[in-house]
Structures are given as C-alpha cells and as structure tokens.
Ligand binder design. Structure first.
Ligand SMILES: Cc1cc2nc3c(=O)[nH]c(=O)nc-3n(C[C@H](O)[C@H](O)[C@H](O)COP(=O)(O)O)c2cc1C
Length: 190
C-alpha cells in the first residue's frame, strides 16, 4: 500500500512541503509506503490538448519533457494520491494543474485512477483556500477517486516558509486526514 504525496509549490521547503511531509509521517506510522514528490524539482509542462494520449500506446505525447518522465507510473503504482498546493490568486498553482491536467487526461483514456484514494491539502496566507480545495477535489471526483475527510477542510494558513507550523488546528486537520486516508486504503486494498 503506497501513497504519493505531491507538493505543488514552486518554493522548496515551504509550507506546502511541510504539510505534505506532516501527512506522510502519519501514513508511514500507519504502515504505508510513501513517496514525496516536489513539483519544484519536476516543473512539468502543461497539456497541449493534442489528444495523442487517447490514440497512442504512449501514455502522453508531450515529449521532450524530462520533468514528466515517470509521472504516469508513479500515479499508477500508488493506492493514494495526496495533492498539496499553495493558493495563488485564489487557485491552485500552475505547477499543480499542469501535472493534474496531463495525468488526468491520460487517465481519462486509460482509466487508472478509478477507486484510488485522493486527498487535497491547501495552504493560504489569507483567502482563496476554499475555492482551491474544491478545485483539487473536482479532479479526484471526475477521476472516480474516493475522497476521505477530516475534522475540518484540509486547509492551513501561513505566508513565509515554516509559518504553517504555527497553525496548530491546520496541522491537526492534516494529521487526521492522513489517519483517515490510511484507514480507507487499508480497507480498499487487499
Ligand atoms: C503569486 C502568489 C499568489 C498568491 N496568492 C494568494 C492568494 O490568492 N491568497 C492567499 O491567501 N495567499 C496567496 N499567496 C500566498 C501563498 O499562498 C502563501 O505564502 C503560501 O504559504 C505559500 O506556500 P509555499 O510556502 O508552500 O510556497 C500567494 C503567493 C504567491 C507567490
């Protein structure tokens, strides 16, 4: 049983990274395998709407993009996908959406996200978090994924790197989410 934890922040070591690591620590303690993926290290190009993924054996036709290499395989190998994004102008980051657009469109043709567990974590300085949280959940739900909850929506607040650790309710919400994700995956995966 494995969870892929993706930080969609372009800022290494920032608040989103912290929240994803917080969740992965709980999942590891629950006995699941985890992988952390930073899109700061893998700045994938956006989908070009060529439609190649619907026709070809190749999973995606945007070639010459080393950052995308292995992404489809990572999603396929995971039982759970955790996606974290900072709020940028009321939305998820372009890095986050570039990855989700491309993997999601391939998955629509090859149907490999169905019944995996998906969860979103969002960090904001002040506002826009609810829209961004919904934006990421739209992705999971159209992909036939199953979404666990927490004691609040999975949102935490902070601006400068590390500030999010001061949001104790946000951190606790993320830890509960991770525990519920582990509980769900254990029941879905034999
Ligand atoms: C381009 C840009 C746009 C942002 N837009 C918003 C916003 O709409 N609402 C908000 O509350 N914070 C906004 N922020 C603040 C970030 O969401 C906040 O600093 C967050 O902690 C960054 O996460 P990170 O440390 O993982 O990069 C914005 C930051 C940047 C750089």
């Amino acid at each position: 049983m494995k969870v892929l934890g993706i930080s969609g922040s372009p800022r290494r070591g920032g608040n989103t990274d912290t929240l994803i690591h917080t969740a992965l620590e709980v999942l590891t303690a629950e006995g699941l395998q985890t992988e952390f993926l930073s899109l700061a290290d893998h700045p994938v190009k956006p989908c070009t709407a060529c439609g190649g993924c619907g026709k070809a054996e190749e999973p995606c036709c945007v070639t010459e993009d080393p950052a995308f290499e292995g992404m489809i395989e990572r999603f396929m190998a995971a039982d759970g996908i955790l996606v974290g994004s900072p709020v940028y102008f009321g939305s998820a980051t372009p890095e986050t959406m570039a990855l989700l657009d491309r993997v999601g469109y391939v998955a629509r043709h090859h149907n490999f996200l169905r019944r995996k567990v998906g969860a979103a974590i969002v960090v904001a300085r002040r506002a826009g978090q609810n829209f961004t949280f919904a934006q990421l959940n739209y992705f999971f739900l159209i992909s036939e994924m199953i979404v666990p909850g927490s004691t609040y929506w999975n949102v935490a607040f902070g601006r400068q790197k590390g500030e999010v650790t001061g949001d104790t309710e946000g951190i606790e919400t993320v830890r509960t989410l991770a525990a519920n994700m582990a509980w769900l995956i254990k029941r879905l995966v034999d």
